[in-house]
Design a protein around this ligand. Structure first.
Ligand code: NI
Length: 156
């Protein structure tokens, strides 16, 4: 396991569309394990492969009690409701804005062995799934921002 460098918004890699994961092998597992270490060290909620410079459709999310979920080749199959809340990104350090996201999403994805599963996300998890899924399309959260926060509005 190793810490990978998280690229920032000035890197054009973040604006490219990622390709599907096709090989579920040791190399993929190494990448996922490195991303887990990287997310933990950065103290973030989610991390997408493009953020570590790998243009593959893969992200991880810290779902709290359910642990870190590995999401490969995801597809959002259901969206419900709306929420407005503060959002940030490890690739845009120190910057936060208000975005509007669905309050509930259901996705279909694969695990590290290629097995299909579905995952429901509500509230913060739904927000996070949408945010990370956007990274796979080359979209960063600022595209959805209704209003960026001033530094003096940041709490904690
Ligand atoms: Ni992000």
């Amino acid at each position: 396991m190793a810490i990978r460098k998280i690229i920032t918004e000035d890197d054009q890699t973040l604006y490219k569309v990622s390709r599907p994961v096709t090989e579920f092998n040791e190399r993929l597992w190494q990448l996922i394990d490195d991303m887990k270490d990287t997310l933990k060290k950065a103290d973030g909620v989610g991390l997408a492969a493009p953020q570590v410079g790998v243009l593959r459709r893969l992200f991880i999310i810290d779902m709290g009690e359910d642990g870190v979920v590995e999401v490969i080749n995801p597809e959002i199959i259901e969206k419900k409701g709306k929420q407005e809340d503060v959002e940030g990104c490890l690739s845009c350090p120190g910057e936060y804005g208000i975005t509007c996201r669905p309050n509930f999403v259901k996705i279909k994805a694969q695990d590290r062995y290629g097995k299909e599963y579905t995952l429901d996300g509500e509230g913060l998890s739904a927000r996070c799934i949408c945010h990370e899924n956007d990274h796979l399309e080359g979209i960063i959260f600022k595209k959805h921002v209704i209003r960026m926060l001033d530094p003096d509005e940041l709490i904690g």
